[in-house]
Design a protein around this ligand. Structure first.
Ligand code: C5P
Length: 219
């Protein structure tokens, strides 16, 4: 079977990464979490107190920054492990402000296209099917109600050992989706040829199976 590219897009906390990892594992493909790349540069910008509306300084920072996604899903920022740091609320609530800058997106897309060149990849994000891999053989757009997405994030946090405010989570997710959807440069959008899957009442394995059956159709 020829290796293909699978693009998974959708709003925040729709289960993209969980499903993408399962699909990648099943196919022995590489999973590429593009959100982690935007998170990593956001973490660095916050550390260095760069103003997040200063696109010129941000792009200069990014071109001098090495971001590596390791197979076990650890994230290296200039060789330092920031896997956990980039999931902080601080990063989550600021990343969309960094990701909206066109210059930042151009550089990120260039890096992501390099990673997807050889196929055999499952890539998730907001603009994978529309901009990063417009010729992906399988494109999926995952959605779920914001209530369900906030609930999942809440339970994920509990598992990690901390409790959060459900209403607050819901507001943060809505805010992030709003910025991602309204931005000029490559906004969050379903590609015309993407299959939309509403995961609200589906299990993770149901969603993975649906995607794998789409993969079977084209391979
Ligand atoms: O997927 P995740 O929630 O980790 O993404 C964090 C943020 O990074 C998104 O809210 C969005 O602002 C940005 N992002 C993006 N394009 C991508 C992936 C993520 O703009 N392909």
């Amino acid at each position: 079977n020829d290796a293909i590219a699978i693009a998974i897009d959708g709003p925040a906390a729709a289960g993209k990464s969980t499903v993408a990892k399962i699909v990648a594992q099943e196919l022995s493909y590489i999973y590429i979490d593009t959100g982690a790349m935007y998170r990593a540069i956001t973490f660095k910008a916050l550390e260095q107190k760069v103003k997040l509306d200063d696109e010129t300084t941000l792009i200069d920072l990014l071109v001098h920054t090495d971001i590596e996604l390791k197979h076990g899903q650890s994230v290296l920022l200039d060789e330092q492990d920031v896997t956990h740091e980039i999931r902080s609320e601080m990063v989550s609530n600021n990343v969309s402000h960094v990701a909206k800058h066109p210059e930042i997106r151009i550089e990120m897309v260039k890096r992501q296209q390099e990673l997807a060149k050889k196929r055999g990849v499952v890539m998730d994000g907001r603009d994978i099917g529309t901009h990063v891999i417009p010729d992906a053989e399988v494109k999926v757009f995952l959605i779920a109600t914001v209530e369900e997405r906030a609930k999942r994030r809440y339970e994920e946090n509990l598992k990690k050992g901390f409790s959060s405010n459900l209403e607050q989570l819901k507001k943060e997710i809505e805010q992030r989706d709003l910025i991602d959807t309204k931005r000029e440069a490559a906004p969050l959008l379903k590609a015309d040829d993407a299959i939309e899957i509403d995961t609200t009442s589906l299990s993770i394995n149901d969603v993975a199976s649906l995607i794998l059956s789409e993969v079977e159709k084209v391979t």
